[in-house]
Design a binder for this molecule. Structure first.
Ligand code: DAH
Length: 370
């Protein structure tokens, strides 16, 4: 018995002396583990006579229970002490600023589009939209492109396969088909709810949207964005067109220093047609607007061709109009100094973080309109 008493007091002393949880665990293994001292005693019970077992069994079991309890108690005490020490050691500085959160940004194209729409909205233009998937009639025929004429190849068109009716749909090559949709009074059942039905003159719309051509280099991407403009009313002439575009350029670039010039050109849907250039400086390798003696073409425009008006059921002897179309992405790269148009669509988040706009700080449609 003294053996058991001795063992209990030894183990109790060891447990009390343990300074960490790992030390207590080592004692537990040495006493109660598979080949522990108490486990060895428990094993001797099987070989004892019933009388002996009756006498020693309870004592050994009592020893095991007492030691298990002491171990559990010491473990809890040490764990609590370790936690207290950690809490005392580690402090939380609530005065530290919060970690910055990753924010998304407004893509430069969308920012540019918003700014352009805001300028035109201030001048009294309404926004109209049309489908990206167009038919030959709206994209070409109604716009006075002669049938089977190579002028149709002017735009490297993405065509779809022939449908069951033999018609080949296409990805619109410009936003000009929306002119036709806006003018055709028979256009009462628009193909999608957001597409405005045709209307009576006076018409004063801009059409921001995606356009597609088979083209890819530093200044062309297969998908790009245009803004189309259309004004139809009585007595409209080139002077209105010129004032509108010059005013737009000054407001968009936020300076009166930008010079413009109109050069004669050809578009099937306008007569006369012109291209507008802005004065720029190319000497430093990049294009700077508002200085220099070079010119950069930025848009096409003209007086709406009488045939286009006729195709839309508008009498050209009563109404006249002007139209224009310009590349949004291109104007964005010019305003914000981005050298390669393709970067706009490369989805490189580092580029977006650098050139993107804050949704809350940058001028946008809402601030432009207010
Ligand atoms: N649709 C022409 C293009 O994509 C641009 C254009 C030129 C639009 C003259 C017009 C216009 O409305 O009158 O190249």
């Amino acid at each position: 018995m003294t053996d058991l008493t001795q063992l209990q007091s030894d183990l109790t002393a060891q447990i009390a002396a343990a300074t960490d949880v790992a030390g207590v665990e080592a004692i537990r293994v040495a006493a109660l583990g598979k080949s522990g001292s108490i486990s060895a005693l428990l094993k001797t019970l099987g070989a004892m006579s019933p009388d002996e077992r009756k006498e020693k069994g309870p004592l050994i079991n009592q020893l095991r229970d007492a030691v298990s309890a002491a171990i559990a108690e010491r473990k809890t005490a040490l764990e609590t002490a370790e936690l207290d020490a950690r809490l005392a050691r580690e402090s939380l500085d609530l005065t530290l600023p919060a970690r910055p959160r990753r924010k998304g940004s407004v893509h430069p194209t969308m920012q540019t589009m918003d700014e352009m729409v805001a300028v035109f909205a201030e001048m009294g233009f309404a926004v109209a939209e049309g489908p990206d998937i167009e038919d030959d009639f709206h994209n070409f025929t109604a716009l006075n492109f002669p049938p089977k004429h190579p002028a149709r190849e002017m735009h490297d068109t993405f065509f779809f396969n022939e449908g069951p009716d033999g018609e080949r749909k296409l990805l619109r090559t410009h936003t000009s088909p929306v002119q036709v949709r806006a003018m055709r009074k028979g256009n009462t059942a628009p193909p999608a709810p957001w597409i405005a039905a045709g209307q009576e003159p006076p018409i004063r719309i801009i059409v921001p949207g995606r356009t597609y051509r088979m083209d890819s280099d530093a200044t062309h991407t297969p998908m790009f964005h245009q803004i189309e403009g259309l004004v139809i009313d009585k007595g409209i002439h080139m002077g209105h067109l010129k004032w509108t575009l010059e005013t737009f350029i000054a407001r968009f670039f936020e300076t009166d220093a930008v010079t413009t010039r109109f050069r004669p050109h050809h578009f099937p849907f306008t007569e006369p047609s012109a291209e507008m250039d802005v004065g720029c400086d190319r000497s430093g390798g990049e294009v700077k607007i508002g200085t220099g003696s070079d010119w950069l073409e930025i848009l096409g425009c003209g007086m709406v061709h009488p045939n286009v008006l006729r195709h839309c059921g508008i009498d050209p002897d009563v109404y006249q109009g002007f139209a224009f179309g310009m590349g949004v992405d291109r104007l964005g790269t010019l305003k914000y100094g981005m050298p390669d148009l393709r970067d706009m669509f490369a989805s490189d988040t580092r580029w977006l973080a650098h050139y993107g706009f804050s949704a809350f700080q940058a001028p946008n449609l809402v601030s432009g309109l207010s």
